[in-house]
Design a binder for this molecule. Structure first.
Ligand code: GDP
Ligand code: MG
Length: 190
């Protein structure tokens, strides 16, 4: 794929520790499932091009919390200039679902007056037999927040492309429609 892009979007990936954020990012950017991932070590920013329409590419710059996922431990700098985010919980961990609200509140506090376009992600959907959160209640919550809901697995490569691509499309639609969003969101245009 040619390295020419229309826009560059900065995305963040948030959610409780161990929900699978790093694995999801790596599956998307490196195409593999990194079984052991040290939460504290590693690169915390990745990038990949996505083609949203034939010939129209967007460069995603994806930030990982790299082990700082206790509440209020993530600094403002992490959120700065982000236009979109994947808000993850683990479908086998009810607590991580209950914390979705706190993550949103924390994000809001950091990015005001700007907004970030989120997609709610129920991760580790390959572990359906250990599920503690039904698809129905997750969809209901997403609807209440005006977000899309998707279930993903980094292990089995389920919906990983779709999660990132759907989010990118949603941001792109906003950018096309809304001049103010374009200005405030710090989107880099070439
Ligand atoms: P993070 O703390 O949110 O970055 O979580 P990690 O990406 O480090 O993953 C935490 C644990 O969940 C690791 O043991 C991963 O192997 C495991 N994990 C991540 N994604 C999946 C998945 O899609 N399916 C399953 N079964 N396990 C996963
Ligand atoms: Mg991690």
């Amino acid at each position: 794929m040619e390295a020419i892009w229309l826009y560059q979007f900065r995305l963040i990936v948030i959610g409780d520790s161990t929900v699978g954020k790093s694995c999801l990012i790596r599956r998307f950017t490196e195409g593999r499932f990194a079984q052991v991932s040290d939460p504290t070590v590693g690169v915390d920013f990745f990038s990949r091009l996505v083609e949203i329409e034939p010939g129209k590419r967007i460069k995603l710059q994806i930030w990982d919390t790299a082990g700082q996922e206790r509440f209020r431990s993530i600094t403002k700098a992490y959120y700065r200039n982000s236009v979109g985010g994947l808000l993850l919980f683990d479908i086998t961990n009810r607590r991580s679902f209950q914390n979705v609200h706190e993550w949103l509140e924390e994000t809001k506090a950091h990015v005001q007056p700007y907004q970030i376009v989120f997609i709610l992600v129920g991760h580790k959907c390959d572990l359906d037999t250990q599920r503690q959160v039904t698809r129905h209640e997750a969809e209901k919550l997403a609807l209440a927040y005006g977000m899309k809901y998707i279930e993903t697995s980094a292990r089995d490569a389920i919906n990983v492309e779709k999660a990132f691509t759907d989010l990118t499309r949603d941001i792109y639609e906003l950018v096309k429609r809304e001049e103010p969003f374009k200005r405030t969101a710090h989107i880099i245009t070439l």
